[in-house]
Design a protein around this ligand. Structure first.
Ligand code: ASP
Length: 331
């Protein structure tokens, strides 16, 4: 039987990095071909087709890069490729995965992976992560579950995963939900699958993608930053508020003014769980935010809310559509 064909699209990051002779100062010198060739075992899993798509640190990636990547994945799917692995820096990996989940139209497995330790460090995790990612992308179990993140032999859904540690190879987690599955030796297990795929969103026009601000509230901060955003040319804003949807009384006027100027979403700054809509009726509670026209992020964290709002605004979605899209994102 012919081997499954998997495209490996490399964007850069630590998985592409090698240190200098001193063992420090790593630079992103490896292209897709070199990354794949450094792991002979992948050849036994799939026919792997490496492609260097970008060579950038993940902080340098933009919406335009990820949109182009989604287009490329759809092109590859149309040529009959069976699955795709994307390698990139881990710092914004959860954001790329979330965007691909919404922007790739084809129904092939898409798996995003990276490395926390570069090729020159003891315990370099790139090879194991790439091998596991290829195994998952080649697995029939990875069909119809949306974009996945595979790191540290764990399989996470793009809609829940986040980077949770600055340096640990076990940095990726899906708090409140847990991983969907795991890889052990050559076996892929995905016992949990999301009930439905995330709805696809129209691809944004890179030249005119809307700017959405993301602000986290903190104890005793002043509303000045919110006022500043109101005065600037943002298309929308996401505010990470306290707990289940609370803010201080003194932030309310600025939040109301902001929501009157642009779609403004409130997410929990805890990053986990759903914001309330009818539990508390005090000072700066969720009722006050709703009265002022803010839209609940429901169960999305701030980073993902910002991306979803950006995509929705780029697609010309109205307020009711935005509210419904956040509601659906939790299901
Ligand atoms: N330290 C990062 C990484 O884990 C660098 C990046 O995100 O590009 O790959």
């Amino acid at each position: 039987m012919p081997l499954t064909t998997i495209s490996v699209l490399a964007l850069g990051g630590t998985i592409a990095a090698v240190p200098d002779a001193s063992g420090r100062n790593a630079t992103m010198d490896l292209d897709a071909d070199q990354i794949v060739r450094s792991i002979p075992a992948v050849a036994g899993v799939a026919e792997v087709r490496p492609e260097s798509f970008r060579r950038l640190g993940s902080a340098e990636l933009g919406l335009a890069d990820v949109t182009a990547l989604a287009e490329r994945i759809d092109e590859l799917a149309a040529t009959g490729i069976d699955g795709v692995v994307v390698t990139q820096g881990t710092d914004t990996l959860e954001e790329t995965a979330f965007l691909l989940d919404r922007l790739v139209a084809a129904d092939l497995p898409v798996v995003v992976t990276g490395a926390m330790r570069n090729a020159g460090l003891p315990g370099a995790d790139g090879p194991a992560n790439l091998l596991a990612a290829v195994r998952v992308a080649a697995s029939p179990l990875a069909h119809g579950v949306g974009t996945l993140v595979v790191m540290n032999d764990e399989i996470h859904a793009a809609r829940f995963v986040r980077k949770g540690h600055a340096t640990s190879p076990a940095t990726f987690e899906s708090p409140g939900i847990g991983r969907l599955g795991w890889v052990a030796e050559e076996r892929v297990r995905i016992p949990l699958v999301p009930r439905s795929r995330s709805p696809r969103v129209t691809r944004p026009d890179a030249a005119s993608s809307p700017d959405v601000a993301l602000v986290k509230l903190s104890l005793d901060d002043s509303p000045r930053l919110l006022e500043l955003i109101s005065a600037k040319d943002y298309a929308g804003a996401v505010i990470e508020v306290y707990g289940a949807g609370h803010t201080s009384r003194r932030a309310l006027d600025a939040l109301g003014a902001l929501a009157a100027r642009m779609p403004t979403v409130f997410a929990s700054r805890t990053g986990v769980g759903e914001v309330h809509t009818s539990t508390c009726d005090f000072g700066g509670s969720e009722l006050r935010l709703l009265e002022r026209g803010l839209i609940p992020a429901v169960a999305l964290d701030g980073l993902k809310s910002r991306l979803l709002l950006t995509l929705l605004l780029a697609a010309g979605t109205d307020r009711a559509g935005i509210t419904a899209a956040f509601e659906n994102a939790a299901e």
